[in-house]
Design a protein around this ligand. Sequence first.
Ligand code: GCO
Ligand code: MG
Length: 404
Amino acid sequence: MKIVDARVIVTSPGRNFVTLKITTDDGVTGLGDATLNGRELAVVSYLRDHVVPLLIGTDPHRIEDTWQTLYRGAYWRRGPVTMAAIAAVDTALWDIKAKVCGLPLYQLLGGASRDRVRTYGHANGRDIPELLDSVRARLAEGYKSVRVQTGVPGLQTVYGVHAGTAIDAAQLDQRALPVVEDWDTGAYLRHLPRVLEAVRSEFGPDLPLLHDAHHRLTPQQAARLGKEIERYDLFWLEDCTPAEDQRGLRLVRQHTTVPLAIGEVFNTVFDYQTLIDEQLIDYVRSAVTHFGGVTPMRKLFDYAAQRQIKSAIHGPEDISPVGMAAAIHLDLAVHNFGIQEYSGHTALTNEVFRHAYTFDDGHLHPGEAPGLGVELDEELAAGHPYVPAYLPVNRLQDGTLHDW
Ligand code: GCO
Ligand code: MG
């Protein structure tokens, strides 16, 4: 069996997605997600100009060897662009192998370790009453665990409440620039305990609650926040610091028992080394799409399991249904599964990417279709071409750039 074609398809059914489609001489096709939100075209070039020529004529069954060739063979290793490109190839090859076997991918990963995959959804509000309504809406949709984000008094826009990079009409003039949001760490630290108090008193002690600090705090600030919110029994506090300095998490860990989740912007296992070795976190958050694919995710989870750390694959709207499907197969198979983030996609996105996975009663299942179980409608995709779009940037009130 040989790879005879590999094409990169960019489509924007409401937001941009980058998909690699690999075809073999037997006519079997595989899909991989390479969407890097706000930097999509860099990955398109990396794939088209530097990866596709290396794939043509090779054996699609040699997944590990292809991964090592793309990772080590480039000499220049790691980084989000490289690892998103490798992820797309790896995922597409797993899709092909599973289709050839006539099995859903999870069967090749060891089979199901559970019957269904628990998820959490997003509740957002400009203020606390709007947030409480949003939690009610998620519960009505079936979610059993909810991430809560609100606006902070005195700030115009806050992570989770603003639109992110969904494409709006103003961006269709093709000159989109990042939206500038504002930030005040003190105001946020004072506000969050009140938010959690309100949510707990409305919904009681049993509802698993999550919160994403979105890389905004220093280790000292995160340690203080963790102590203050311990009594609200969070399922986790996410990305409390940027974690580029992994040692910073030692300070947070020494001061609080709040479970910590980190890793959505990481792209190799080396970003986790201190965090896992010293058990400084409880959940690893990487996405198949940004971490080099199914192969290294499986290795990451096995490494994390040695320190009783669980999986929590990143699953926002900017992971395409192809990346989501790969995540759900892993979730069903790995023993140390924790939870799966699931925001869902627009109806149009689900038409462009028809998928076998289902969401029911707050749980996902990958379905039983061979491979990943996702088909890309290329004609429909072509009707929704790429639109330039950026994630916001964040500035303190004196204008200093801060982490978003
Ligand atoms: C999450 C994330 C996302 C990111 C987004 C960036 O926890 O889901 O923080 O909302 O901001 O994926 O592209
Ligand atoms: Mg996050």
